[in-house]
Design a protein around this ligand. Structure first.
Ligand SMILES: [Zn+2]
Length: 262
């Protein structure tokens, strides 16, 4: 560990048998304690989401990897808090960056639904999970019965639908993840922010119910006369810290679009 780095409280160091989190120091309302950078493997490793372009963090991840070889850097999606440090980290460890969006790749290989990444005898299976963003992916680590969920499912609170996301896709993704978690007997969700979740089907059910309730609340707010996303936020998110209202407004916009297209 770097002498300069002060470990933060929260999910730093969270681990399963073959995955360990090195928490990035970028806490905020949107990123919770910060971005979770997952190091996966034993002799060889892959690093999922190097996080923001923060030299101290990237060096700490490299130190954590130690003498092991990084065979690839994988991105759950291209949002800056996950991908901003990818190029610099690639330089530090000499590994390619694989992502669904070609703009975020470094090297020849992409990443998409159905891909199987092999690393030192372990497998990571890639699931296309659009919704939070158009390019969101989840990674299933069968050895640990763990699903890495990026921003599709967070360790606490709920995910927003970003400007490059889509709620209809997101609802389909939640159903797919729930069915997959049940079928694969998943034991853990390893999110892009916040703590690991121990009961994947329960967590996903919570997300699905929450989404339905929010949509019902938005229908009701509109029925009572709210027109703009801001007016809807003032009603539906009245009990939520106003610091979160800009994010809520983005989410409301996505939900209004969705309802208007039904
Ligand atoms: Zn994101």
């Amino acid at each position: 560990m770097s002498g300069l780095y002060v470990p933060l409280a929260g999910p730093d160091g969270t681990r399963t048998d073959h995955a360990e989190n090195v928490l990035a120091p970028n806490p905020s309302e949107m990123t919770l304690e910060g971005t979770n950078t997952w190091v996966i493997g034993t002799t060889d490793v892959v690093v999922v989401d190097p996080g923001p372009d923060d030299e101290a963090h990237l060096r700490r991840v490299a130190e954590h990897v130690g003498r092991r070889r990084v065979t690839a850097i994988l991105l759950t999606h291209g949002h800056h808090d996950h991908s901003g440090g990818a190029k610099r980290f690639a330089e530090l460890v000499g590994a390619p960056v694989r992502a669904l969006d070609p703009r975020h790749r470094l090297g020849d290989e992409g990443l998409s639904d159905g891909d199987v990444i092999e690393v030192g005898g372990l497998e990571l299976r890639v699931y296309g999970t659009p919704g939070h963003s158009f390019d969101s992916l989840c990674f299933w680590l069968p050895a640990d019965r763990a699903m890495l969920t990026g921003d599709t499912v967070l360790g606490r609170g709920t995910t927003v639908i970003a400007h490059d996301g889509n709620l209809a896709d997101y609802l389909r993704t939640l159903d797919l993840l729930r069915a997959t978690a049940e079928e694969l007997e998943a034991e853990t969700l390893l999110p892009g922010h916040g703590p690991a979740l121990a009961d994947p089907v329960f967590a996903l059910d919570g997300y699905i119910v929450h989404r339905r309730e929010r949509l019902d609340q938005i229908r009701a707010a509109r029925a009572s006369g709210a027109r703009t996303p801001r007016e809807i936020v003032e009603i539906v998110y009245a009990d939520v810290d106003t610091a979160l209202w800009p994010a809520a407004e983005m989410s409301v916009r996505a939900q209004v679009d969705y309802l208007d297209r039904l």
